[in-house]
Write a new protein. Structure first.
Length: 350
């Protein structure tokens, strides 16, 4: 349940709380929620600014940076990392854990650039890929990125041990995904497989499933108020669902299996009280129903009517789910192992 200031004021008006208690209770609750990501203006600005800075040094790195040479890139990445770590320490001293997590991630994403610069400075970057630079790290599958990825994972483990900030889990999950894609050539024909090849899609789906299992294990083991499993759940479900949706179904039975998997995601979302399962499960069900309507009413005047009916049916299902969510969630949570059941019950009450 989401507690608001108005609810506390109403409790005071009805004599449930004494005058002055509502303000003290609101302040106390606010202190516990400042580090929890929420759809608030301050948090939106945190992530918008942080992702802009992170993207500038990763996805949007241009070819012009190659002019600095290996030594220049190494020095630039180290300067960025040191500044980001100093900001992280300063923010933590002011008890601003959320922006501190973002600056810590900014330092961590400098590791691949630093390793790339070091390889070039030492003459260890393969001459046969002289036309391939750091800007391709985020778009091209290549086994030569593995050293950069291993260094990032090692640095991320140290940073997570040092700072205990949940957002640091996000780049680690992404790096593991990159590594799984870069291993595709070894697992199959030994050549650089296309990013969206059938092999890469299968690996992507399997990797996403492994991340989901890892997130469930983290949920069961973690006793901290900080949600370290959140980003692993998000990366895992997104990767698994994206890979699964992109696979060739092989016929109607395959598409029906796809529907069943998405229904299972909805059930997991209710049992674990994780909305990310419900979001992607719902999208998958909509994709399947859209296929059915297209197959049954293709080139028919009834096609828009069928889509409208499906949309309204999903809305009706959402209404029915909301009415019975607590009861259904409680029944599903009984099927979970003890530690997970207690954690999910605690999250449902919170």
């Amino acid at each position: 349940m989401q507690i608001t200031r108005k609810m506390l004021e109403q409790a005071t008006d009805q004599g449930i709380l004494q005058p002055g208690q509502s303000e003290a209770l609101w302040t106390f609750l606010g202190q516990g929620r400042e580090d929890q990501p929420a759809f608030k203006a301050a948090h939106i600005l945190y992530y918008l600014g942080g992702m802009t800075a992170i993207g500038a040094m990763t996805l949007f790195m241009t070819l012009g940076w190659e002019r600095f040479g290996g030594t220049g890139l190494l020095l630039i990445s180290l300067i960025y990392a040191v500044i980001a770590l100093l900001l992280t320490e300063a923010l933590l001293r002011r008890h601003l854990a959320l922006p501190a997590g973002i600056t810590a991630v900014l330092a961590l994403v400098m590791v691949p650039l630093a390793v790339y610069g070091l390889q070039r400075a030492l003459g260890l970057w393969p001459t046969e890929v002289a036309g391939r630079g750091y800007r391709d790290y985020h778009t091209q599958v290549d086994w030569r990125w593995l050293l950069m990825e291993l260094a990032t994972l090692a640095a991320g483990a140290v940073a997570l041990w040092r700072y205990r900030l949940p957002f640091l889990v996000m780049p680690l999950a992404v790096t593991l995904w990159y590594m799984s894609m870069d291993l595709v050539p070894f697992l199959f024909d030994g050549s650089n497989a296309a990013f969206f090849s059938p092999e890469a899609r299968r690996v992507c789906t399997a990797y996403g499933l492994c991340l989901v299992v890892l997130a469930v294990w983290m949920d069961a083991r973690t006793r901290s108020d900080r949600d370290f499993a959140f980003w692993v759940y998000l990366a895992g479900v997104l990767t698994f669902w994206g890979g699964l949706t992109s696979l060739d179904s092989g016929g109607e039975w395959g598409r029906f299996a796809y529907l069943c998997i998405n229904l299972l995601l909805l059930a997991l979302g209710a049992a674990l009280v994780r909305r990310v399962f419900a979001v992607f499960g719902g999208l998958g069900v909509a994709v399947y129903l859209g296929h059915l309507s297209s197959a049954m009413f293709r080139d028919s005047l009834l096609f828009p009517i069928a889509l409208t009916a499906i949309g309204l049916g999903i809305v009706a299902a959402g209404i029915a789910w909301q009415r019975h969510e607590d009861a259904l969630g409680a029944k599903l949570r009984r099927l979970l192992p003890g530690p997970l059941r207690e954690l999910a019950q605690h999250r449902a009450l919170g």
